[in-house]
Ligand binder design. Structure first.
Ligand SMILES: C[S@@+](CC[C@H](N)C(=O)[O-])C[C@H]1O[C@@H](n2cnc3c(N)ncnc32)[C@H](O)[C@@H]1O
Length: 300
């Protein structure tokens, strides 16, 4: 990633420049995690503002996705939204999920989670908001145990991760117990114009191939009716794990260190693992669980 000062990046954003392109090294065709974080953190609040301007479109899309999810999420399931952004989609679809769904959500961007939690306190189904666990993490190092989440959901969050598809899909399948429900753009089904836009923006390609290589089975794939950008059509991929051997038992959800993988104990203002000798702080009660957030701490 190019090394630019944050005030210069903010000024470029205010001039309307594309930030992931601005931060990309000469000739690179993928976005670094840092570039994705900066680009999305800067635009915090824009999804909520957009939604408030066009509630009908938001509600139609939430209904379409929510009705699909309702077919796959069962009573008492755990449900994780990866790359949840401002929690707008999660708030919308919460109204379609069964009672007692335990919801978790994470994003790279802490600003988006801050804004999103304020929004969700009004827009999310009240009973589900009460149990929501929101944290900052990266999809390529999810700080959760194997087989600990029943249903994993993404909506356009794999999107900017071209080049990391296999690694991320392996992580999603590692953590999932039953299914992945991925709502992502399909490069292969896109128009020529859409494909060159996806290439220019460093968007994912060949998802079916990477899903299979990661150990997943695509049991369904279809386009969504509600499309906000015809150059970026959303497809739903319903994915099951090839190996579902030991998956069906209720396990406790606990956070684990993204570096040592040791179990983290929640100490109120931080999480810590004695074995891993690392602590992870919280901001506004949101745990920061990316490897870059780790603080060396052998003793409490
Ligand atoms: C297009 S937005 C979609 C947000 C949300 N899913 C929604 O439906 O509104 C993409 C989001 O994915 C997040 N994201 C992208 N790559 C990520 C990664 N590797 N790990 C965690 N979050 C990621 C970004 O920070 C951003 O908030």
């Amino acid at each position: 990633m190019k090394n630019l000062k944050l005030d210069a990046i903010r000024a470029a954003y205010e001039r309307g420049e594309n930030i992931t392109e601005l931060l990309r090294e000469e000739g690179a065709d993928s976005n670094s995690i840092e570039a994705i974080e900066i680009a999305y953190d800067l635009q915090s609040g824009t999804y909520i503002n957009g939604l408030l301007k066009d509630k009908r479109n938001f509600e139609e899309r939430a209904a379409e996705i929510g009705e699909i999810l309702a077919l796959h999420v069962s009573y008492l399931d755990t449900f994780l939204d990866c790359g949840a952004g401002e929690l707008t989609t999660l708030s919308g679809i919460s109204h379609y999920l069964p009672m007692n769904t335990k919801m978790l959500a994470f994003d790279l961007s802490i600003s988006r989670l801050n804004t999103g939690l304020r929004f969700a306190s009004r827009a999310m189904r009240y009973d589900l908001f009460g149990g929501l666990e929101a944290f900052s993490a990266s999809m390529d190092h999810i700080p959760l145990n194997d087989n600990s989440i029943d249903v994993i959901f993404t909506n356009h969050s794999l999107e900017p991760n071209y080049g990391r598809e296999l690694h991320i899909l392996k992580e999603l399948l590692r953590v999932s117990r039953k299914k992945l429900l991925l709502f992502e753009p399909s490069f292969e089904d896109n128009s020529e114009e859409g494909q060159s836009r996806m290439k220019k923006l460093g968007y994912v390609r060949n998802l079916p191939k990477w899903i299979r290589e990661a150990g997943g089975v695509i049991v369904d794939k279809f386009p969504l009716r509600c499309v906000s950008n015809r150059l970026n059509p959303t497809y739903c991929y319903v994915v099951e794990k090839e190996d579902r051997g030991l998956s069906f038992k209720l396990s406790e959800i606990c956070f684990r260190c993204p570096i040592s993988h040791a179990e983290l104990k929640d100490r109120g203002s931080y999480l810590w693992s004695r074995d891993g000798a690392l602590a992870y702080p919280k901001i506004n009660n949101i745990s920061l669980l990316r490897s870059k957030d780790a603080i060396l701490m052998f003793h409490e």
